[in-house]
Write a new protein. Structure first.
Length: 286
């Protein structure tokens, strides 16, 4: 019994040690990259995309090397691995077909990291879904929507989609403020109220160039865009530094403009309908 235990320890002791070491090294590498990402993002304001992708790639490489070393230290598994390598040509073809989608996702992930159509923390809209990029792994991209749910999209799929990126190259966002007023309201007064509210909002920014300022281009443009069934529709252009600021500013402006309209006697109309009653021309029954 003792000899059998010693034999098992000699046979499986080294591979178990290798496996434990592999998981320990992977854990330490993962912890190191998490600290690096946290430091580069919060303190240095760097883009964490490359670090996150490299973290997943190195962890995968550590697991592959560790598991391979553990397999080749077990005699029975070593013979099986050697026989499989003898038929490597057939095995490669079989693995090629089986891992086609996996390899496609990995290559697409590398292209995303290299060419950066989007980065971690970018605000995306894709196929009717929108959210913030949380992670880019070897296989998929993780997007956190505004209800704090995770949308998992394979890298090969997201590479083929048309993406609206609110933070690509330039983070500034133009927020449209569209409000309808009644036909008997003062249009100029309503336009001035919208303009003043936009200019005085703390999140509003000035995106005019020096040339545009010298030419007298308005800071917050407000225009009549259409004449609706029951309202004159106005649109104001408000700029913010990024998507979160634009969302908050838009909510604030709708509320403050409504309150100011009430003070100044500018009404926002309800839809009007005209009903016509016709005489009953059906002949009376005898």
């Amino acid at each position: 019994m003792k000899e059998k235990i010693l034999h098992n320890l000699e046979t499986f002791g080294i591979p178990i040690t290798i496996l434990i070491t592999t998981f320990l090294v992977a854990y330490l590498v993962d912890r190191f990259f998490k600290r690096l990402i946290r430091k580069s993002t919060k303190k240095l304001k760097n883009d964490p995309t490359n670090y996150k992708f490299l973290r997943h790639a190195i962890r995968a490489l550590i697991y592959i090397i560790g598991l391979s070393m553990a397999i080749f230290t077990v005699p029975s598994l070593k013979l099986l691995a050697s026989s499989l390598l003898a038929g490597a040509g057939v095995l490669a073809i079989a693995l090629g077909f089986a891992s086609q989608h996996a390899l496609s996702n990995i290559i697409s992930g590398v292209f995303i990291v290299v060419f950066k159509p989007f980065r971690v923390n970018d605000h995306l809209r894709i196929s009717g879904l929108s959210g913030v990029v949380e992670d880019i792994t070897l296989r998929h991209t993780v997007i956190r929507d505004f209800e704090n749910r995770r949308i998992i999209i394979p890298n090969s799929k997201i590479s083929e989609e048309i993406i609206i990126n609110a933070d690509f190259e330039d983070d500034k966002i133009c927020k449209w403020i569209e409000i309808g007023i009644s036909y008997d309201s003062d249009i100029e007064k309503a336009k001035q109220i919208i303009k003043n509210q936009i200019i005085n909002h703390p999140l509003s920014i000035d995106v005019r160039t020096p040339e545009e300022k010298s030419e007298g281009v308005e800071l917050a443009l407000v225009k009549v865009i259409s004449l609706g069934d029951s309202s004159v529709n106005l649109k104001g252009w408000a700029w913010a530094k990024d998507s979160p600021d634009a969302f908050n500013m838009g909510c604030d402006l709708i509320e403050s403009i409504k309150l100011q309209f009430d003070k100044e006697g500018i009404s926002i109309p309800f839809p009007h309908r005209t009903l016509v009653y016709k005489n009953n021309l059906t002949p009376e029954r005898k």
